[in-house]
Design a protein around this ligand. Structure first.
Ligand SMILES: C[S@@+](CC[C@H](N)C(=O)[O-])C[C@H]1O[C@@H](n2cnc3c(N)ncnc32)[C@H](O)[C@@H]1O
Length: 277
């Protein structure tokens, strides 16, 4: 299935199979939120429907089939998509990769093996992270995001919207003062606004604010954004709203339909805003 519209090319396909057919040096930005390999086949279900004070909502922890990767699979798969992303990204472009400790080592090693230069490692601090149910570990409250570029002979051509990143401010992030350089720790609560969930939800859906911040730093208006693992469409929606042409892949029908609905809505809103100008 495909959803092609103005500025949108979204395909329900296996991205690993499709990447080799994409044009070289075509994308200005790529935001990757891959399977982390964090799910397990152990019975981790917690479907008690209980509400935990202070965390809102019912709890439901389940293993996601698309996220069941052995360590060897995870390494090989990371290597193969990163290798292709290096080919399709422009020398002026950059790639942002989400991870937790489950896959962050693989991502880092693969970048180094492939000569993708690491620009920064961002820590996304989730101050409202879910508590650890087993009581046998600390509460995981962060994810890492690696910002990398193609490297090559002419180094460091990548786009960095330095002034925009300095001007950025957020009332909820006490670590970012307007007019001061952006740091590598971002304090962004992991909750989604109502309108981000209006068409349904995804088990690992990111808040729009994370992708919006990436776009502030490295977005290119009128340029091409690639989102290899779309999920509910967060990064594509943010890219469209920023003014980029967005390209994405999602393998599961349920999430393809969810992301498509979000994109249709975002496109409609963009048109309404243009009309109002
Ligand atoms: C971590 S989630 C992305 C969540 C997304 N950032 C959001 O905010 O909704 C990864 C997604 O990639 C999809 N996926 C996994 N392997 C894939 C593949 N080979 N090709 C395309 N999509 C894939 C999964 O179905 C899942 O929805």
């Amino acid at each position: 299935m495909n959803y092609i519209d103005k500025n949108i090319d979204f395909q329900q396909k296996d991205v690993i199979e499709e990447l080799p057919s994409l044009k070289s040096n075509f994308f200005d930005l790529c935001i990757v939120d891959p399977p982390y390999g964090a799910s397990s086949t152990k019975n981790w279900s917690y479907n008690g429907g209980q509400k935990l004070n202070g965390f809102g909502g019912d709890w439901k922890l389940t293993s996601e089939v698309w996220d069941l990767l052995s360590q060897n699979d995870s390494f090989q798969s990371t290597y193969s998509w990163l290798k292709e992303l290096k080919r399709v990204i422009k020398p002026t472009g950059s790639i942002w990769i989400h991870s937790t400790y489950h896959n962050s080592g693989f991502v880092n090693v693969c970048c180094q093996l492939l000569g993708l230069e690491i620009i920064n490692e961002v820590v996304w601090y989730k101050r409202n992270a879910f508590p650890n149910l087993s009581g046998r570990r600390l509460t995981a409250s962060h994810e890492t995001i690696l910002w990398v570029h193609k490297g090559g002979e002419k180094k460091r051509e990548y786009v960095f919207n330095y002034e925009d990143s300095k001007a950025f401010s957020s009332s909820s992030d006490l670590l970012k003062e307007q007019g001061k350089q952006m740091r590598t720790v971002w304090d962004i609560p992991n909750n989604k606004a109502k309108d981000e969930m209006q068409f349904g939800s995804h088990p690992t859906q990111k808040p729009l604010r994370v992708a919006e911040r990436i776009l502030t730093i490295a977005g290119v208006k009128g340029g091409n954004l690639l989102v290899p693992f779309v999920g509910s469409g967060t990064e594509m929606v943010a890219g469209l709203q920023y003014g980029m042409n967005v390209f994405g892949f999602e393998i599961e029908t349920e999430y393809f339909n969810l992301a498509k609905a979000r994109l249709e809505h975002a496109l409609q809103e963009t048109k309404t805003q243009l009309f109002a100008l």
